[in-house]
Design a protein around this ligand. Structure first.
Ligand code: F6R
Length: 238
């Protein structure tokens, strides 16, 4: 695993954007795994200045809330449209977000996993990390073999994400998330994190034991994982 420590959040964005740029330049029909939340925003902002050809690039979001209207500004479908598709000019038809409103959520999750496979798999998966060590919405205890599926959000995650909603009660209780097994199949993983509040989780993911109690520690098993963090998020590394 490669760990890149840079000064601040903006530089995390610039460095990770450079890795995505390399991927898209070497493979114009690249398949990108897309994260939401605060951490990847500087990455998408830095990509905006790069003038890349996005015509043939496809994307798969990591996750989506269950039972949130697709048009809700905090649905991940909306966030991906706003922060990635519209900002960068991707073809929206090539960018997929799990359907958290499907009448058969299990089938929707299986179909999403199948759609990733049909494209030939993800070339570069961008990841954030939760303060409890989750990646995607694979909360502690998630199997490393898990596939895209319906999962419950922990109280910790709902509390953390309540900043995007009017109150914690409005944060959905469930999600569809790519599984850890799905994520580990991406050819390259790039995990980004910034801020002191992420330092503990980053240290556990990178230097702690590989354990499902810290789902992000699964990246230690991946042959090509890069962790891009700022100095604050690196503060608890030995
Ligand atoms: C988002 C996702 C989550 C976030 C994590 C960190 O698609 O899958 O794992 O990456 O909750 O969120 P932020 O970046 O908002 O701290």
């Amino acid at each position: 695993m490669e760990i890149v420590i840079v000064k601040d959040r903006a530089m995390v964005g610039r460095h990770a954007a450079g890795l995505i740029e390399q991927t898209v330049k070497s493979r114009p029909a690249a398949v990108l795994g897309l994260a939401t939340g605060s951490s990847p925003l500087p990455v998408y902002e830095a990509l905006e200045g790069k003038n890349l050809d996005w015509t043939d690039v496809s994307g798969f979001a990591l996750d989506e809330y269950v039972d949130i209207p697709a048009r809700h500004p905090q649905s991940y479908a909306s966030v991906i449209r706003r922060e990635v598709v519209d900002r960068l000019g991707l073809d929206g038809r090539r960018v997929h977000v799990p359907d958290g409103r499907a009448s058969d959520l299990d089938a929707a999750a299986r179909q999403f996993d199948g759609a990733i496979r049909e494209t030939g798999g993800v070339d570069l998966q961008l990841l954030g990390i939760g303060t409890n060590g989750h990646v995607g919405f694979n909360e502690p205890g998630s199997s490393f073999a898990s596939r895209t599926r319906v999962a419950a959000l922990t109280a910790n995650t709902r509390e953390a994400n309540s900043r995007f909603f009017d109150s914690v009660h409005q944060v959905p209780t469930h999600c569809i998330t790519q599984g850890l097994g799905t994520i580990l199949e991406a050819r390259r993983l790039v995990l980004v994190a910034d801020g002191t509040h992420k330092a503990e989780a980053v240290a556990r993911a990178v230097e702690g034991p590989v354990t499902s109690m810290c789902p992000a520690s699964a990246i230690q098993l991946h042959p090509w994982a890069t962790v891009v963090i700022d100095e604050a998020a690196a503060a608890k590394l030995t």
